[in-house]
Design a protein around this ligand. Sequence first.
Ligand SMILES: Nc1ncnc2c1ncn2[C@@H]1O[C@H](COP(=O)(O)OP(=O)(O)O)[C@@H](O)[C@H]1O
Ligand SMILES: [Mg+2]
Length: 304
Amino acid sequence: MIETRGISKFFSVVNENGMAEGLTAVLNVSLTIPDGAIVSMLGPSGCGKSTFLEILAGLQAPTDGEIRIDGNLVLEPLPSTRKEMEDYKRRYRFISPLANGVFTDHPKHDIAMIFQDYAVFPWMTAIQNVVFALKLRAGGNNRSGRAARSEMMDKAVFYLNKVGLAGAENKYPSQLSGGMRQRLALARALSVEPKIILMDEPFAAVDALQREKLQDDLLRLWEDAKAGNAPIIIVMVSHDVQEAVYLSDEVIVFSPGPGGTIRNRIPVAIPRPRARTDPGIVEIQERIFAILQYDINQESMYSI
Ligand SMILES: Nc1ncnc2c1ncn2[C@@H]1O[C@H](COP(=O)(O)OP(=O)(O)O)[C@@H](O)[C@H]1O
Ligand SMILES: [Mg+2]
């Protein structure tokens, strides 16, 4: 379970006159996300969705508020300066730094990330990308023997197969389509058997047909994990209302930024498997469209 209480994030930025100025990226976000839930966050660009997700990932420290994961307060030395934050993002592209501290007693309860802009490593083959994650997860050097290595290779092959990349083990990302690259990112995330996967617009760069297939595969893998008694929480930022509703147990709509906060929480209590054209799904999608449309109209009213 993830619980956030009163999470806010302020940045100081330099405005066009060269003066320092405060910017509120996220304001007072309190949420509880139960184990095994899929939750999507929607909202206009700039409302703080990515910032909030990075705070959950431990890539940024909140200015205010607290996060608990499985009841444990997240007390890691989180990065507070911009430089530290960038370093963290480079170092922990797909396994949260929180995985090291909070979960010492539960080493499997890791957080994996699939962020559009920290894609897979282009200089590693598909299998090397996955094995690298497994090594990072194992702590790098504490088990680097031949047996451990072959175990990691087997696991990597297993997860590459699971996401439909059998046969592409030795290809470089540049030899894969956009959809396949996201599958590789998914394999890498799943390989560490995380308890939480955070995704920031993971399918945004994939064409519509591929995207639907990826969504269905994601659901299948999520169901598999649940059936295997290792449910995964998925928290996903999306800009696609249909995707968000189709996939999620709950859709969280953020208010327009700056200072994004929760505007609506919309449960999607429709049993799976769902049909994309299910009247219940479509009705919720329309409701969310109306909310977002209303906010856009309000904004343009104020700006003229
Ligand atoms: N490191 C940073 N320094 C200063 N401002 C930032 C930083 N990161 C994000 N912001 C600002 O915070 C706001 C929210 O950004 P972001 O979380 O990326 O929104 P979203 O993902 O919803 O589009 C924006 O106004 C953005 O410019
Ligand atoms: Mg974003």
